[in-house]
Design a protein around this ligand. Structure first.
Ligand code: ATP
Length: 355
């Protein structure tokens, strides 16, 4: 029987609760006759590891992950460690080390979820945001000089390469073509950023020539936020830079009902390295350790993981189980206005997989 090796990195905060829940659900799926098995390896990297070793993950950590088929990640963030240290020391180290240049973020209003847009039916909000995940505003290029002096200067340079933009555009057009509406919106800010974003637009036009069957348009990022709220059905697949898509996908998650539901995949489309799947929420220190975290974002990330492994049928089966659980208000966690605990939601999904 096929065995998939999955690396589990719970990280910090509620990551330590939702990743084990994800592992439980994946085990239940394989126990329920999915036709394959999982071999999980857990890595205790994150804030606690930093306190002991001075780094978020070991220097040779990527070597341990390389032979894995996929990675299930929780979150990186610790109240006592600066955010840029936790983010760059763990999550971005893996994303960049494994050139997971396409960050894919589906958004839908799942059954039973009371989403905030009063004029929008669930059928009218079905988006996938493709985020450039390897360069742009989060390239890490920049520096500080004269630190602490009145003449201090700090720069963060947004680096965009032709190769980087071409590959993410091609990925987004390809993904849009696979979806029923075959529609892509290229998010830009070329009115104000007249170098890199103008190249971004030009490359969109060039790549679009390879996809004559995809209908596409261009939208300024600020106008895009209003369009997401006012005309959600006019959007389907979106592609945006690292920073723009980061912000748009938090808005998308909120419009779909809760940050606790939204999944994401950090994908290496060329499959040279393992891809990494994670809920989009952060560490949520206010609820950590209380068993209150919504595990649905992690479960949906597991669906993306299964899809990536080519296990389409199992992915669809898990998604059906998740939707049947969200449809039941008694199984809603606090972020959805309910009182259910992480364990109850996890058990309910497992039960549905068994039946
Ligand atoms: P980070 O700095 O790591 O991004 P954060 O606490 O600032 O973390 P998030 O964790 O992304 O931000 O979420 C903000 C708030 O949303 C949390 O404080 C929490 O109340 C709520 N929240 C996020 N994810 C969940 C979840 N899975 N279940 C329940 N509530 C959640």
């Amino acid at each position: 029987m096929k065995t998939y090796r999955i690396a589990c990195i719970p990280g910090d905060g509620i990551g330590k609760e939702v990743v084990p829940a994800g592992e439980t659900v994946l085990r239940a799926l394989s126990d329920a006759g999915a036709g394959f098995r999982f071999e999980f390896s857990s890595f205790d990297w994150g804030g606690d590891y930093y306190r002991l070793h001075g780094v978020m993950m070991p220097d040779d950590g990527l070597d341990a992950l390389r032979p894995m088929d996929a990675i299930l990640f929780g979150s990186a963030g610790d109240p006592d460690i600066p955010d840029h240290v936790t983010l760059w020391g763990l999550r971005l180290k893996i994303c960049q080390g494994f050139d997971q240049y396409a960050n894919v973020r589906p958004t839908r209003i799942l059954p039973g979820i009371d989403a905030p847009l009063k004029r929008c039916t669930p059928a009218q909000l079905d988006w996938v945001i493709v985020r450039e995940n390897s360069e742009g505003e989060y390239s890490g290029v920049g520096g500080r000089v004269h630190q602490g002096h009145p003449i201090e200067v700090a720069t963060d340079v947004s680096m965009m390469t032709r190769a980087g933009v071409e590959r993410i555009m091609r990925f987004a057009f390809r993904l849009a073509r696979e979806r029923p509406r075959k529609q892509l919106t290229v998010v830009t800010k070329s009115n104000a950023q007249r170098h890199a974003m103008v190249m971004w637009d030009e490359i969109a036009v060039q790549v679009s020539g390879e996809f004559p069957d995809v209908k596409w348009d261009k939208e300024l990022v600020d106008a895009c936020t209003a369009r997401m709220v006012n005309r959600p059905a006019s959007l389907d697949t979106l592609v945006a830079t690292n920073l723009h898509a980061d912000i748009l996908s938090d808005l998308a998650a909120a419009l779909a009902g809760s940050l606790g539901i939204a999944p994401t995949g950090n994908i290496d489309p060329e499959r040279r390295y393992p891809s990494m799947f994670e809920p989009i929420h952060g560490s949520a220190f206010d609820i950590m350790g209380k068993g209150l975290a919504n595990p649905v974002g992690t479960f949906w990330s597991c669906v993306m993981l299964l899809d990536h492994l080519g296990e389409r049928e199992a992915a669809a089966r898990l998604m059906r189980a998740i939707e049947s659980v969200t449809a039941d208000a008694s199984l809603h966690t606090r972020d959805l206005g309910g009182t259910a605990a992480t364990a109850a939601v996890t058990e309910a999904v497992c039960r549905r997989l068994q039946s």
